[in-house]
Design a protein around this ligand. Structure first.
Ligand SMILES: Cc1cc2nc3c(=O)[nH]c(=O)nc-3n(C[C@H](O)[C@H](O)[C@H](O)COP(=O)(O)O)c2cc1C
Ligand code: SF4
Length: 242
């Protein structure tokens, strides 16, 4: 297809695909990949990928990876040259092997590495992530307008109780709360009713300090390879490589 001969669009598509897979596998969501890729093909809409409605997906690399590959082929792309990275819930050698068998070019693990001994996060930050049980983890809209998953700290629990009210009352503010304007599009500052209504900087900074009351602790949904143990990164890599 002519429009994909442009290297810039190919690069954008490549990055976006990683993100599609990333978002899809990160939650119990679903999306019509084919229409998404078709939208990407129109170039100007590529960023709208982030705003796609995703629902009821049962994170399944075995199904999604071949679907993406065949969708790429049907768009006339050289699909075999586009690396697909499976991300979200990679916590065992079996998951790694399964992803590669389904056509992944690589895998990405987030939370398992975040809690390793060598990770430079606050010890409390690692403990919050490692000790979270499934029922402690919540999915909500981030201020950037994307679904996010984090540990339900007292602050997050209170925020979620009033999220809908805050979203209904969202109004554009004259200026950003922290005057940093860290986001090009911020649900709180710009009064976007579908996005989160909190200052992400404020709560990420609290997490950085190990503040379990007010912190925003992003976390994947799946159990960690070593449960709540904080272990050296060497152990993790050895484990994942089987
Ligand atoms: C501490 C932490 C910070 C994260 N920050 C971001 C982020 O800035 N942007 C993003 O798209 N995902 C972010 N994520 C989500 C991860 O990229 C990934 O989707 C999620 O952790 C699921 O993968 P996992 O099961 O390997 O952790 C973050 C995850 C963690 C644990
Ligand atoms: S997240 Fe906070 S600091 Fe960033 S733009 Fe929004 S209000 Fe400003």
């Amino acid at each position: 297809m002519k429009r994909f001969s442009n290297k810039g669009i190919e690069a954008l598509l490549f990055i976006a695909l990683i993100q599609v897979l990333h978002i899809v596998t990160a939650g119990e969501h679903g999306l019509d990949l084919r229409s998404l890729l078709a939208q990407l093909g129109q170039g100007s809409k590529s960023v709208h990928l982030w705003h796609c409605e995703i629902q009821n997906y049962k994170g399944d690399f075995v199904r999604v990876l071949p679907e993406i590959r065949s969708a790429l082929h049907s768009l006339g792309l050289d699909a075999d040259r586009i690396p697909l990275i499976a991300a979200g819930g990679i916590n065992s050698p079996q998951k790694v092997a399964e992803a590669f068998a389904a056509g992944a070019s690589g895998v990405q693990a987030g939370t398992p590495f975040a809690v390793t001994e060598e990770g430079d996060a606050h010890p409390t930050f690692k403990r919050v992530l490692a000790e979270a049980r499934r029922e402690d983890i919540a999915v909500f809209m981030s201020v950037a307008g994307l679904p996010a998953r984090a540990v339900r700290t007292p602050w997050l629990a209170r925020y979620l109780e009033k999220e809908q009210v805050l979203q209904r009352r969202a109004v554009r503010r004259r200026q950003c709360t922290l005057a940093w304007d860290c986001l090009a599009q911020c649900g709180l500052r710009d009064g976007l009713p579908r996005a989160g209504q909190f200052c992400i900087d404020h709560h990420l900074a609290a997490a950085l300090r190990g503040d379990t009351e007010r912190g925003l602790f992003f976390r994947g949904s799946e159990p960690l390879p070593f449960g709540s143990e904080i272990r050296p990164v060497r152990d993790l890599v050895a484990h994942l490589l089987g």
